[in-house]
Design a protein around this ligand. Structure first.
Ligand code: GLU
Length: 382
């Protein structure tokens, strides 16, 4: 098989791309400074993706590596609080570099710092997801990192591979690229043995793949192949394809478009189907909303559920919980993640979106359940 052609086509079809950039790519290991030229070339590639109408999220490491020397600390022996302090210094400089370089292409860089809790708690997940999607709709480039200054050992990802996969899931990305210091998965660590084979495609992750993964190699890298495979598992279950490829080239994304060598992890579903499946199947509804005929028809057409179309709310739920959506005779139409807690949902039943502010005292969201957070039974076709 001509992998270069296949790889090039695969990458070119992606519309919503999350790019994870490892510390060793963006920070010079010897001087601890930002690799400005490399970053400029990367941002040129991002601008060209934008011109093709694609949406891009960056998950960039490098804050700790950048800040640590300025604190005068040996990176190998840094204590947790020293790494956190280093991240505080490094993150602001890193964000500034992205802002400046992307800004030259007329692209607004938007800093998002996440903790593990932001992706694991449903309510915070929904908050982060809607901010990210608003930024993408406005053609900004979110620049995401872990909020290292507040994340302690027990509550941190510790690596941006898995964080990037969760972000890909949040934005329903169809492609996650881990730009790394290696060009993919090998049967054994290529640095240690000469007869190791490169794996071009993985359709299903097995224990054998886990055995192939070695430990982290670069001084700055937190991930290594194990966390990349964890990321692949998250991405694949979210219907997002993932590519591990080398970021060492001057224009790494252009190289992907030209079919760069790498390992592709290919899910057997797509992000939309997998999200609907997740909402419809795996969540126990915490309550229900009853909708009128107009709202029912709108839902079937693929629209969001607005408070105006709701006649009744029952149950005790938090923002982000799954609720069941029923028609006026009690048939379940589907399920969705609700944007308001039960007490607030009750107080805005039947209201037009511009009246929400009068009842809640704040603007709130227009939709009670956004269409991206909805899964109809039979997909709405009755
Ligand atoms: N969040 C860390 C940083 O910005 C990096 C974690 C990683 O390299 O995976 O320094």
């Amino acid at each position: 098989m001509n992998f270069s052609k296949v790889n090039s086509e695969r990458f070119s079809q992606a519309q919503r791309i999350v790019l994870k950039i490892g510390s060793a790519l963006v920070i010079n290991e010897d001087t601890g400074a930002i690799k400005r030229q490399w970053l400029e070339a990367l941002c040129a590639d991002i601008s060209s993706l934008h011109k093709q109408g694609k949406k891009v999220v960056l998950v960039s490491s490098g804050a700790i590596a950048l800040g640590i020397r300025q604190l005068g600390i040996n990176p190998v022996r840094a204590r947790l609080e020293e790494s956190q302090a280093a991240a505080a210094i490094g993150q602001i400089q890193l964000a500034h570099a992205y802002q400046e370089i992307l800004g030259a292409y007329g692209i607004a860089a938007a800093q998002i710092l996440l903790t593990l809790d932001d992706s694991e708690s449903r309510k915070r997940y929904l908050n982060a997801a809607s901010t990210l999607s608003t930024l993408l709709n406005n053609n900004s480039v979110p620049v995401v990192n872990e909020n290292d200054t507040v994340a302690t050992q027990e509550i941190r990802y510790g690596d941006n591979d898995r964080l990037a996969a969760r972000v890909a899931q949040m934005v329903s990305a169809d492609c996650l690229v881990l730009l790394s210091d290696v060009d993919g998965l090998y049967t054994t660590d290529p640095a240690l043995s000469s007869d190791s084979d490169h794996i071009a495609e993985v359709n299903e992750l097995t224990d054998e793949h886990l055995e192939m993964a070695g430990g982290p190699r670069s001084r700055h890298a937190c991930g290594g192949m194990h966390t990349k495979l964890d990321a692949a598992r998250i991405a694949m279950s979210a219907g997002c394809q993932m590519l591990i490829t080398s970021g060492h080239l001057e224009h790494p994304i252009k190289a992907c478009q030209e079919g760069a060598r790498g390992t592709w992890f290919l899910p057997n579903t797509n992000p939309q189907a997998s999200r609907k499946q997740w909402i419809a199947g795996t969540l126990k509804p915490k309550g229900s909303v009853t909708v009128d005929d107009g709202a029912k028809a709108a839902l079937i057409e693929g629209k969001s559920l607005l408070p105006a179309g709701v006649t009744e709310v029952s149950g005790d739920f938090e923002r982000g919980d799954a609720v069941s959506i029923k028609d006026k005779i009690g048939n379940e139409l589907g399920r969705g993640l609700i944007a308001y807690p039960s007490n607030e949902a009750l107080s805005i039943v039947g209201l037009h979106s511009d009246e929400i502010i009068n009842n809640l005292g704040y603007r709130g969201r227009d939709e009670l359940i956004h269409r991206d957070d909805l899964a109809l039974i039979n997909d709405g076709s009755e």
